[in-house]
Design a protein. Structure first.
Length: 768
């Protein structure tokens, strides 16, 4: 079927440009366009330029000459932006609106001065734009009122473009009037501005860190009372002496406090201390503040594909005819089209059982020539039945489509994750704190690992290393290794089973440590504790903001096979208690069976995602209901959370390996440029020095001694003979393990010493 041509499926040609190349190209285009526009206006750019110049003069009149100068200004702005990416925040939609207001102000006043009253003279004034815009104001406000309105628009446009507030403008004018020499400061020094923007990366980072320290005093920095003279003498006499602190009561907390960077620390200025009297102090806990930059969405690829459901009316007719053929009367309703499937809704007649519609699913799939068909009966919140049919052409759901939206960055809950798009094309965003733990399962190639990548990028695109910590356990050894070196990691990506168990045990200790802090300060959860840290001025070394900790395990099945009796109790313990202290688990597996996804784990992990599986049994293991066996694969999944009545079908976000590498490269550069120390903690993967107490956990040594050892002991006593070969044959174990058990039996006095090739003598007689 021929796909209609739309702006969403325009193919991309040529090489993909990075941000630096785009900026360079934009600078060249800006300066070249300014020259060409000026030549066009004065009719020196050939026939095509003459057309462009005539059009500009028709639209803007004499104000058209300002466009080339505006493009020159834009070129210099882009040059500054290329030197210092932090200036990007000053160039936003406010600037565009400011330029539009200034353009209306200029064209309107040109019409006043030229007295444009007819179309013949409009090109001598403000052009067609001014001719249309100015009379509207003139007719409603009169000549004087129109002048006032135009002047107000010009002033407002000036403030928008200059990013200056009205109060700051008044203060500047007052200072200039009191000291006329300051008028010279208003003249911009282009060379000085260029010099500032050309600072080295280290200087820019230092300035950013100083700017960040100005407006706030961190709760960790406490001060004890001493006199101003003592402070001044001690700081100037000996820099390496004991730290000098000031009590918070020494400063009136009811008055606003401003902080400025000084040579030896901070300079605090309060209104009640008098003019010129400052206090130079040092923080008791020096802390490097880094203005962590979050990556831009431009790193990720855009989505240009569009889904095609086929002939909707024809499908509706076939559904109705097929059901009526089996004696089921229905009324067809709306059709919603998603990225992967389209949902055809229908309303059964009175007396029609839903089970009768469910029984003819295969017949419906046959009549519609659909590879797979899923029935949702009823749709939650509606008295309708939904029939989900695969689209003829599927569209991808890129993670950029979701994380660049206002809904994602303004999401109220903590740790938002871009889940994907539902069958109606609605973007699904869900908070991990509300899950609070997640099980992701599906067959090989169903999109499980790709979705985990999109989940990690959702978190990393919003949180800095000071706010979020990660532990990544990758038993496949190839999926999560892409994130090696990301500063959020508490340890390098773990691929070893022993280190994985050590990391889980460390997480239990970290959970206990955080709960002790909550108990000490009387707080319920991580949110209350962090708010208390921000607001309090108490002196305590433990009053440090808690960060969220997300533990991701890709392929839980391998870990459970190796050490089930250790891993399962730890996971159950964490999922039961860790939510309040900001620790969350994401468990992924491609083996959805009861030996991996046990009842205890399912009971404590209410949120689950099921991608395509082989059978309905596997679907019931994951979701406690069928449906996952009818999914189409490649990110098509079912999402179930504590807030949803039934599983919601969605198309997961697609992330390419190249996109992940670009993002990781950005974070590595951020660490290198700003001198940030990663969150690496060697204790995470090292064997614990203290024994943790987890109900139900049995170590491998205890298990062998308590279970398998008893079986071997009973067998040896029953046979009244013992040897390593006998145990190897009877229990199918290797020589080292059999030898170790024989030695244990000998040390406990069950069997005697070795007797050559003969079996050992058994000292314990069989009871009964």
């Amino acid at each position: 079927m021929k796909i209609p041509f739309t702006p969403f499926n325009i193919p991309k040609f040529g090489p993909e440009l990075d941000l630096e190349a785009k900026l360079t190209l934009s600078i060249i285009v800006s300066f070249a366009s300014s020259i060409l526009l000026y030549l066009s206006i004065i009719d020196k750019a050939g026939s095509f330029g003459s057309i462009i110049g005539s059009l500009l003069i028709l639209l803007l009149g004499r104000a058209a000459v300002l466009l080339p100068f505006g493009l020159v200004w834009l070129g210099f702005v882009l040059v500054r932006l290329q030197k210092n990416k932090a200036l990007a925040k000053d160039f936003n939609s406010r600037t565009i609106w400011g330029l539009i207001f200034l353009l209306g102000f200029i064209t309107g006043f040109l019409n006043i001065f030229i007295s444009v009253k007819s179309l013949d003279k409009m090109q001598q004034g403000g052009g067609l734009f001014g001719y249309i815009f100015y009379p509207l104001i003139l007719d409603n406000f009169g000549a004087i009122g129109a002048g006032v309105v135009l002047f107000a628009l010009g002033i407002f446009g000036f403030f928008l473009v200059s990013q200056m507030t009205f109060s700051r403008f008044i203060d500047t004018v007052q200072e200039s009037l009191s000291n006329p020499s300051k008028f010279l400061d208003l003249i911009p020094d282009l060379f000085e501005a260029w010099k500032k923007n050309g600072k080295t990366t280290a200087e820019v980072i230092e300035l950013e860190s100083l700017e960040q320290t100005k407006p706030q005093i961190e709760p960790e920095e406490h001060f004890s009372g001493v006199s101003f003279n003592e402070i001044k003498n001690a700081t100037s006499a000996n820099e390496s002496s004991d730290e000098i602190v000031i009590d918070p009561t020494f400063i009136d907390s009811s008055q606003p406090i401003t902080a400025q960077a000084g040579q030896n620390g901070f300079i605090l200025v309060t209104p009640d201390t008098g003019q010129g009297k400052t206090f130079e102090i040092k923080p008791t806990k020096p802390k490097i503040r880094v203005n962590w930059s979050l990556p831009k969405c431009e790193i990720l690829k855009e989505n240009f594909s569009k889904s095609d459901p086929g002939d909707v009316d024809k499908n509706k007719k076939r559904i109705k005819e097929t059901l009526e053929h089996f004696g089921i009367s229905v009324e067809m309703a709306d059709v919603v089209t998603g990225p992967t499937v389209s949902q055809y809704t229908l309303r059964p007649a009175n007396g029609v059982k839903l089970s009768s519609i469910d029984a003819v699913q295969r017949d419906l799939a046959l009549s519609l020539a659909a590879s797979s068909l899923r029935l949702e009966a009823p749709i939650p919140g509606k008295s309708l039945v939904g029939i989900e049919i695969p689209n003829l052409v599927k569209s991808q759901v890129r993670i950029r489509d979701i994380i660049q939206t206002k809904e994602f960055f303004n999401f109220k809950e903590q740790l938002p994750v871009a889940v994907g798009e539902d069958v109606a094309g609605k973007k699904l965003i869900y908070s991990i704190t509300k899950m609070p733990h997640l099980l992701v399962a599906g067959a090989t190639g169903s999109g499980k690992s790709v979705w985990i990548n999109s989940m990690l990028l959702s978190l990393l695109f919003r949180y800095s290393p000071q706010e979020l910590e990660l532990i990544l356990i990758d038993m496949k050894r190839v999926e999560l290794k892409l994130y090696e070196g990301v500063p959020h990691l508490l340890s390098p990506v773990i691929t070893d089973a022993e280190k994985s168990i050590n990391a889980l045990k460390w997480s239990v200790l970290e959970m206990d440590r955080r709960y002790k802090l909550l108990e000490k300060f009387g707080k319920r959860n991580i949110g209350d504790f962090n708010q208390f840290v921000r607001d309090t001025r108490l002196k305590d070394e433990e009053l440090v903001r808690m960060s969220f900790l997300v533990v991701v395990i890709d392929e839980l099945g391998d870990l459970m096979i190796m050490a089930k009796n250790e891993v399962e109790p730890i996971i159950v313990r964490l999922t039961q208690m860790s939510r309040a202290v900001g620790i969350h688990l994401i468990l992924g597996t491609q083996r959805p069976d009861t030996h991996v996804v046990t009842g205890l784990i399912k009971a404590n992990v209410p949120s689950r995602i099921a991608f395509a599986v082989a059978s309905q049994i596997d679907s019931r293991v994951i979701l406690d209901q069928g449906g996952a066996e009818k999914l189409l694969g490649q990110g098509d999944g079912l999402f179930m959370s504590p807030s949803t009545i039934k599983a919601v079908r969605f198309q997961g976000c697609y992330v390419e390996e190249n996109e992940v590498r670009k993002c990781v490269r950005f974070w590595l550069d951020e660490v290198e440029n700003k001198g940030l120390v990663p969150n690496i903690n060697k204790e995470v993967t090292e064997p614990l020095k203290t024994k943790i107490v987890v109900p139900g956990m049995v170590s491998s040594t205890e298990e062998n001694h308590d279970v398998f050892y008893q079986e071997c002991r009973t067998y040896v006593i029953a046979q009244q003979g013992a040897s390593t070969s006998m145990l190897q044959t009877a229990f199918g174990i290797g020589y080292p393990k059999a030898r170790k058990i024989i030695e244990m039996l000998e040390s406990e006095g069950v069997v005697g010493p070795g007797n050559g090739s003969k079996p050992r003598e058994v000292y314990v007689q069989q009871e009964g």
